[in-house]
Design a protein around this ligand. Structure first.
Ligand code: SF4
Ligand code: SF4
Length: 286
């Protein structure tokens, strides 16, 4: 391998089979002899562990710094409220109020406070767990129930396993901030879609997102049908490569319901994902 490589697997909407593709791709890479990490950055609903069944051997809490105001020191200048873009700190009637759940932990308010009245406390937003599944390194983040701020946790997952040759990121579905946090700066993106009108609509939005971020990408069509295939039409019209088509196969759904990946549970799929890995690595310049 010429250099370390990070491939993200994303999709414009949920339920396309993104986890199946990312986890299978990671297994194929590990079986091919690459030191590989699977990073589940879908922190609101991580489910890669259900298929990979890792043994977790390290766990740490992730927090963001939130302000604590010493009202005795405060001179009521109002600068903290002015700089906060999220209305997480406001000055009312010579009192400074803070709203931890709205705070993004940017540290701006404590920086501008001229009286040194603001210190920081850590607010827990979730946990990162790492472990092993055979020859594959595993990491996922789990967002606290009711927590809305997921990008810092996504970044914590991405930061933790840096030693491997190949990292496969399982991003959240959609195109919002957690997805941007998961795919920003990666070498290559695989967009998983299904050949339905809804699937194509969301694929179009996801294509705009990766183009905006200037990341090379290609499409994987899941539940592909031989004849009228909207995904094929869309990719042909927009000159987008399709690196693999995973057939609409009842055996895959049955394996999924038993908590098994098609890679290990259905004959023929090991070769399919080994081929996808090979092509994706070549496309990514390896
Ligand atoms: S740390 Fe940033 S987001 Fe949080 S209250 Fe201060 S300025 Fe607002
Ligand atoms: S910036 Fe500091 S001194 Fe000014 S209102 Fe906020 S806490 Fe008080």
């Amino acid at each position: 391998m010429k250099q370390k490589l990070t491939i993200a697997v994303a999709s414009g909407k949920g339920g396309t089979g993104k986890t199946t593709v990312s986890a299978s791709l990671a297994c194929a890479a590990a079986d091919a002899g690459y030191r590989t990490a699977y990073l589940d950055c879908d922190v609101e609903e991580p489910n890669g562990h259900l298929f990979l069944k890792p043994s977790i051997n390290y766990r740490h809490m992730v927090g963001i710094p939130v302000p604590v105001v010493d009202q005795e020191k405060c001179i009521n200048c109002g600068l903290c409220g002015e700089i906060c873009q999220f209305s997480a700190i406001v000055c009312i009637n010579k009192n400074v109020l803070t709203f931890d759940k709205m705070c993004h932990g940017c540290g701006g308010c404590s920086l501008v406070c001229p009286a040194g009245a603001i210190t920081e406390n850590s607010r827990n937003i979730g946990v990162v767990e790492t472990g092993d599944c055979g020859n594959l390194r595993f990491c996922h983040g789990k967002l606290e129930v009711g927590e809305a701020l997921s990008p810092p946790l996504v970044r914590a997952v991405r930061a933790i396993l840096q030693e491997e040759d190949l990292s496969v990121i399982d991003a959240s579905p959609g195109t919002s901030c957690p997805v941007i946090a998961a795919i920003k700066g990666v070498d290559y993106v695989l967009l998983v879609t299904e050949p339905t009108p809804f699937g194509i609509n969301d694929l179009e939005i996801a294509v705009d997102m990766v183009n905006e971020l200037h990341i090379p990408f290609a499409v994987v069509v899941n539940r592909s049908v031989p004849d009228h295939n909207l995904a094929r039409d869309f990719c042909r019209d927009n000159k987008i490569k399709i690196l693999a088509e995973i057939p609409d196969d009842r055996r895959v759904a049955e394996a999924y319901s038993r908590g098994k990946l098609p890679y290990s549970g259905v004959p023929g799929y090991r070769e399919l994902f080994a081929g996808l890995l090979d092509t994706a690595m070549k496309e990514a310049g390896q």
